[in-house]
Design a protein around this ligand. Sequence first.
Ligand SMILES: Cc1ncc(COP(=O)(O)O)c(C=O)c1O
Length: 376
Amino acid sequence: MDMGKYSGQSKNELDTPCLTLDIDIFEDNLALMRDFVTASGKKLRPHVKTHKCSEIAKRQLAAGGCAGLCVAKVSEAAGLTAAGLTDILITSPVVTVQKISALMESAKIARVMTVIDNRDNADALNLAAGESCLKLKVLADVNPAMGRTGVACEEALELGKYIASLPNLELMGIQCYAGNIQHIGSFKQRHESSLLVMRQAAEVFRQFKLAGLNGVIFTGTGTGTFNIDSEIPEMTDFQVGSYCVMDAEYLQIGGSANPERFDLFKPALSLQTSVISVNQPDFVTVDAGLKALYYTPHAPPIVLNQAGSGWKYEWFGDEHGRIYFPELCMKPALGGRIELSASHCDPTINLFDSMWIIKDDIVIDCWKIDLRGCCR
Ligand SMILES: Cc1ncc(COP(=O)(O)O)c(C=O)c1O
């Protein structure tokens, strides 16, 4: 992107809909997570699925305290290696022939690790690694009773022993990520649920060590449970993703200090939208709909403008949204800017090619969302 035309512009002059990232808030979020995790004696392994942006990944690493990065997909790993990054954990099993082949290509040029929850998959990866003259590092993926992926806790040790017996795989430990717990509204309930699950995974990790398996990594947790799972002594690193940009889903759950709002991390990412029609008495129409904001029924986007307290966003089709306002005197003006925190940051960011970087409301840079669309 040629920044010449845009650098120094006010964020309010950018055409909409577009994504903006407030650099100061973003850096504060990185520092806060790094300091907490480091003080807990753990490492960070930030999840790139959130932002799909290698520039953000580089800044997360530069902020310190990291053991590496996580991605959900092999194609994301390839994107990061192309950007010169290494120490990448793929947090989903890699199963199809094409993906296994792509994984081997990435593993030839960077340190790439993946998870396994099945013997057949272990065999396939072992074979492919042998053909590529690689010793592939892997983790046993442990099911946090969610059932998305992962081996049952009771069967994990057997799987671990099996993986360790294969010549071209190097077992490094376990992963357990409880996505179903991250957004439980009450902090107390989230605390109970997460510790219950992660203590079971910790037991698996201890069994690995007792059995002489190479248990050096126990990775997991997310933004909703990082300050809960820090109580698990066996955990080595935290795969947090959303904390760096935040979204409406996270802002609406309870936090450890504030039961009404999870406000430790601030919304660094905004979706800028403009009012394009004001002819209705109780709402105005804006230019951001489903193509600019990923739909999440239980957490509509939150209006961030200070002046707009009481403004509420509601979806209004593919291209539009509507903003309800409490009183006529608070009706947004035609052409006015509304700044939103997206419902869910990951799939919303994936709708855009780039994000504008803002400091004190002024555009200072534009970062490419270079892993956008890497869904394989
Ligand atoms: C395996 C895994 N780890 C970590 C994360 C990051 O979670 P969060 O964005 O809640 O921090 C995700 C997000 O879905 C995930 O799937």
